[in-house]
Design a protein around this ligand. Structure first.
Ligand code: PHE
Length: 456
């Protein structure tokens, strides 16, 4: 057995805090902003089914693997991979897996922060009564006005980045617990209220049908669904690994993973059920793109009793959910700088945050002055803006690739004895996990990749 390591960054006070923190990382813009709009763009039904299958067969086993690796390595993902590879007498090049995660997290946060800025600005738009009695056209105009103004986007993006840097500088373990225990249930309750509103639109069943009736899907759609399973569970880039490194040995990884994945999935489905009935009731386009929730939810808030207050609460909570995800996106990088470069947390957060902020300018501009500047990569995608390109490369390529190597490491490189020490509290679940992560998960990821580029 490897020597028992301890984390220099401290550890979670108990298992509940870990589950809350990881749920805070998982539940975010991915569930409420991204899931509905990519579901809309990819035709609903089949896309949702593929996404759910990916959560169960790929996401869940990889989440267990990622927490396990983090807990054994007890360091930032880069150093964890070096340490674990050494334990098994393998090549330290496994650290590149950690590096890819650091880069992915950094790129994701650069655009995530801009979208979180939209949520913040909507707190004020809703609070100012802008949506009272609003029509679909009106809501659309208000959204377009926002994103076509780079200065506004820049201001909100900057505020959100500073907020993120402050929490990361103080250490992710401080304050996260309270934030998540209070906010998650509230967010959940509010989503339920919007779903109830959606039931009154007369189009609820159209929404349900759109979300769950199978239709057709192509290779690219499957890749996007799989990429989203990684994105929404915060997998493949070391966020969950670094959170796992602050977890003590006596807690069940299996139970925690199931709870986190379940909470995450329920929030996404509720968001879908809230949004699509409003889309159909107002003759909107499900494939409207990244603005979808900002063009639909205000209509609900503008027409329901107490809508202004609910709207303010909703966008505030969405901002908080984004915040608890954002901090996990740069924690691997910050932990690494603290471990290897002797930076203190404040210095490390300012560096990483500042750099992320800068790259975020590209996303700010891609909704206005760079809106017609697009990029194509043969076999992968065509005509994507800066923002869409970053999103595509990170969510659909880097995260699944990271996940693939995490699965390979956990199932093929790490000795069975080590894996058993971490996960064998439920022998049956352990066998299923091992089978999935050894065969099903890696093969599924590779097949989806090949299918997306048209190789099969
Ligand atoms: N899971 C977060 C969300 O759904 C985003 C995220 C991705 C966070 C990867 C950390 C790592 O919003």
């Amino acid at each position: 057995m490897s020597e028992q390591r301890t984390s220099i960054h401290g550890q979670w006070t108990n298992r509940t805090v870990f589950i809350l923190a990881a749920t805070g990382s998982a539940v975010g813009l991915g569930n409420i902003w991204k899931f509905p709009y990519i579901t809309g763009e990819n035709g609903g039904g089949t896309f949702v089914i593929v996404y759910l299958l990916c959560i169960a067969l790929i996401g869940l086993p990889i989440m267990m693997a990622e927490i396990m690796l983090g807990r054994r390595g007890k360091q930032s993902p880069i150093n964890t991979m070096i340490a674990l590879a050494k334990d098994e007498n393998r090549n330290p090049h496994w650290m590149w897996l950690g590096w890819m995660g650091v880069v992915a997290g950094f790129l994701i946060l650069s655009y995530y922060s801009v979208i979180a800025g939209w949520a913040m600005s909507y707190v004020f738009r809703t609070g100012g009564g802008m949506f009272i009695g609003v029509t679909a056209d009106g809501a659309n105009r208000i959204f377009t006005d926002l994103v076509s103004d780079p200065e506004r986007l820049l201001a909100w993006h900057s505020i959100f980045m500073v907020m993120t840097m402050i929490v990361v500088a103080r250490g992710v373990k401080n304050g996260l617990e309270k934030a998540v225990t209070l906010l998650m249930p509230l967010l959940f309750g509010l989503l339920l209220l919007i779903v109830i509103y959606s039931m009154t639109t007369g189009y609820f069943m159209d929404g349900v049908r759109f979300l769950f009736t199978p239709g057709s899907i192509d290779g690219k759609g499957i890749l996007i669904a799989m990429g989203h399973a990684f994105f929404t569970l915060s997998l493949g880039m070391g966020a969950i690994m670094v959170y796992g490194s602050y977890l003590s040995e006596d807690h069940s990884i299996v139970q925690a993973s199931i709870l986190i994945a379940l909470a995450d999935t329920v929030v996404a489905l509720l968001a879908g059920l809230a949004i699509f009935p409003i889309v159909f009731a107002n003759g909107l386009e499900p494939g409207a793109g990244p603005g979808l929730i900002f063009q639909t939810l205000p209509i609900a808030f503008g027409h329901m009793e107490g809508g202004t207050l609910l709207g303010v609460l909703f966008f505030t909570l969405l901002m908080f959910a984004a915040w608890t995800s954002a901090i996990s996106l740069i924690e691997p990088a910050v932990a690494y700088l603290v471990e290897n470069k002797g930076f203190n947390r404040i210095y490390a957060s300012v560096w990483i945050g500042g750099l992320t902020w800068f790259v975020g300018l590209g996303t700010v501009f891609s909704f206005n002055i760079w809106a017609d500047k697009t990029l194509s990569i043969p076999f992968l995608f065509e005509d994507l803006t800066f923002f869409d390109t970053l999103d595509y490369l990170t969510a659909n390529i880097m995260l699944p690739l990271g996940g693939l190597f995490i699965a390979i490491f956990a199932a093929w490189v790490m000795s069975e004895r080590s894996a058993k020490e971490e996960l064998a509290t439920y022998p049956k679940v352990y066998s299923v996990w091992r089978f999935l992560v050894r065969y099903i998960t890696p093969v599924a990821v590779i097949v989806v990749f090949l299918k997306a580029v048209g190789a099969i």
